[in-house]
Design a protein around this ligand. Structure first.
Ligand SMILES: [Zn+2]
Length: 291
């Protein structure tokens, strides 16, 4: 499956940024992708685009074309999200969250970057008070009209929130698109109740595929402004106040690039070694009593 991405547009303006992990300005070209490039921080080795488009230019890339891509692939993406949730023990987590609430109170769920709302609907059907947040207006409208779910349009920064009210916040393939991942995680920390959980899925730079493909890696696309390793994303989660609980990876060889038997073995090995193409973190906002 091809990853959706727009190439840099002529009207976009690029700005220089510092490394979000260590704050350094020093970096070297890591992957030259032609019209854009990924830099590697000289100090901590985080991989990110620098210079990169302004935040508004990045947001403008999510249009009708993006919505159509998400609609076309929604069942496939849904299956992958369910597999990821299973990997971090979602069913047990859901039971634990439900049991910790007063009777008749529904647990609150937010899907950040919910696209066509397929997971928002799934959680609603499981009894969650479920909402999505989406920057792409056509995708949000599709979710509201076709899945009957609540979706707010915009970014975490642009909304009026009731802080400290969510039990679980999920985002799949979003943090790598976000200009300021520290702010992104801090806001989710503020949104969660003490004892609430965050689930973050994103490409894994320490994967087989990243190592073999380099600048042609399917995640080295123009829309990804950061690419994370377990160490760097783990560090940002801890800095935002989270306690990482689970970490898994999946995906050895992309679909269609090898015979089924070879792909199955590579996928098994990648998961076992933590070298899968995509990683998922489950982390907790500790309660004061946890300290
Ligand atoms: Zn750095």
């Amino acid at each position: 499956m091809k990853t959706f991405s727009k190439l840099p547009q002529v009207h976009e303006e690029y700005t220089s940024v510092t490394c979000p992990v260590c704050g350094s300005r020093e970096c070297k070209t890591h992957w030259d992708c032609g019209t854009y490039s990924f830099q590697r921080c000289t100090c901590c080795k985080h991989i990110y685009q620098n210079p990169r488009p302004r935040p508004q230019d990045l947001l403008d890339r999510y249009d009708e074309e993006y919505k159509n891509y998400e609609v076309e692939n929604s069942q496939n993406f849904f299956q992958l999200m369910i597999e990821g949730l299973n990997d971090v023990g979602f069913l047990d987590l859901e039971k634990h969250i439900q049991e910790s609430l007063p009777p008749l109170e529904s647990p609150k769920f937010l899907d950040v970057g919910c696209a066509t709302g397929v997971l928002v609907r799934y959680m609603y059907d499981r009894g969650w008070d479920s909402m999505g947040l989406e920057v792409c207006v056509p995708a949000a409208e599709y979710a509201q009209a076709n899945r009957g779910v609540r979706v707010q349009v915009g970014t975490l920064e642009s909304q009026e929130w009731q802080w400290g009210t969510y039990d679980l916040i999920h985002s799949s393939h979003v943090i790598e698109h976000v200009p300021d991942p520290n702010e992104y995680l801090s806001l989710q920390h503020k949104l969660l109740k003490p004892g609430g959980y965050i689930i973050v899925t994103t490409p894994n730079t320490k994967s087989f595929q990243a190592a073999f493909m380099g600048a042609s890696w399917r995640s080295a696309i123009a829309d990804h402004v950061h690419l994370f390793s377990r160490t760097h994303l783990g560090e940002l989660l801890v800095r935002a106040g989270f306690e990482p609980k689970e970490w898994k990876t999946w995906g050895g060889i992309p679909l269609g690039m090898a015979p089924k038997g070879v792909k199955r073995s590579a996928d098994w090995l990648a998961k076992r070694l933590g070298l899968g193409d995509v990683m998922i973190f489950l982390a907790k906002k500790p309660k004061k009593s946890d300290a």
